[in-house]
Ligand binder design. Structure first.
Ligand code: TXA
Ligand code: MG
Length: 336
């Protein structure tokens, strides 16, 4: 697509949105399903299309950090520092909201999630919409399913229900944004994501507390134990046990897909076993994970097996998503 065609696409998408439409658009993390945040009726359609409960808040995507104060009534210094350092980028800040932010966006909470996405099409779309507009957008998947990292994923899952899908190619990060809440005074990590918490802590010079899973400070569907899930049951095993388990299941007659960083021992090759090679670096792995899960899920296997990543900060988001994708603790895995 040349620049002129792309410009026309962006204008058409902005027009749809202004008219109350719902448009799927690319971000650097995953594709979003957007509606103008100030239009409650359009936002309600987003919930309906996703099949998402209406008390789960949406992130408002804005074009630049300077617009923070249009949505948030209090912005602590540390939040400003994070916004200035990491936006545009895979970071969402949860802050107390102004009265004009529609309740359907905030899910009735006293806070609003804000982020500047790092994707040229998303930024061009926000720019075309006018600075005072924000795009309320969850990930463009059905509630509880894997987030889309390609336009094709959105088309396959939501198809005709969406007014328009902007195709920006595969998402660079491939996992959702890191969510930090400033509600209640101290910064808390609500969801590990595209930026490791350690990098954020370094910027603000203080530690970021984990959200208490027993008493989450706010509702976040990404915080539900079973989320981002493929339909096929998934098990996660340390490298040493991975292929043993795969062979065992294949021996019981199951078709098994193995998302492995390490190659199969030759003895493990067989008609019932298929390896989906995964990159050994956390960022590359994160980029590939959802697309690989979708492909493996669609290929009709009885079981998905993934190799447990190292317990390191860089892998936090991947480990979190594998857990939510249905990872049941195995007897001899020591991942807590
Ligand atoms: O990378 C991302 O964050 C992607 C792209 C499209 O920006 N968006 C995304 O949105 O993952 P969603 O709705 O699928 O996940 C956002 C999470 C949800 O679990 C939601 O409940 C939580 O953020 N959230 C949004 N606003 C919140 C708020 N005010 N307080 C607490 N949690 C909030
Ligand atoms: Mg989502």
């Amino acid at each position: 697509m040349n620049d002129q065609q792309q410009h026309a696409q962006i204008e058409a998408a902005a027009q749809r949105l202004r008219a109350g439409g719902v448009v799927a658009f690319p971000t650097e993390t995953v594709y979003g399903l957007g509606a103008v945040a100030a239009n409650p009726e359009a936002v309600r359609r987003v919930f309906a299309i996703k099949g998402r409960p209406t008390d789960h808040p949406l992130i408002v995507h804005i074009g630049q950090a300077a617009q923070l104060e249009r949505w948030a009534r209090e912005v602590p210094d540390q939040a400003w520092r994070l916004a200035e350092r990491f936006w545009p980028g895979p970071l969402t800040l949860i802050l107390p909201h102004h009265a004009h932010v529609p309740e359907v966006v905030t899910g009735g909470q006293d806070s609003v999630g804000l982020r500047v996405p790092d994707h040229p099409l998303a930024l061009a779309l926000l720019h075309a919409l006018c600075p005072e507009h924000g795009l309320a957008a969850p990930s463009a998947n059905r509630f509880g399913r894997i987030s889309p990292t390609r336009a094709r994923h959105v088309r396959e899952e939501l198809g005709e229900a969406v007014d328009m899908i902007l195709d920006g190619g595969p998402c660079r990060v491939g996992l959702e944004s890191t969510i930090i809440s400033f509600v209640g005074g101290v910064p808390r990590l609500l969801r590990p994501g595209g930026i490791p918490a350690g990098a954020l802590e370094e910027e603000i010079g203080m530690s970021i507390l984990a959200d208490d899973p027993q008493r989450p400070s706010v509702r976040a569907s990404g915080g539900l134990p079973s989320h981002y899930a493929p339909a096929t049951p998934l098990e996660v095993w340390p490298g040493a046990a991975l292929w043993r388990r795969a062979l065992e299941l294949a021996g019981e007659g199951m078709r098994v897909a193995v998302l492995g960083m390490s190659a199969a021992p030759t003895a493990a090759d067989g008609a019932r076993l298929l390896r989906f090679p995964m990159p050994p670096q956390a960022a590359d792995y994160g980029h590939a994970l959802y697309d690989t899960l979708r492909r493996a899920d669609a290929a009709g296997f009885d079981r998905l097996l993934a190799e447990a990543p190292p317990e390191e900060d860089a892998w936090r988001a991947v480990i979190d998503r594998l857990r939510r994708a249905g990872w049941k603790p195995q007897a001899d895995d020591n991942f807590g």
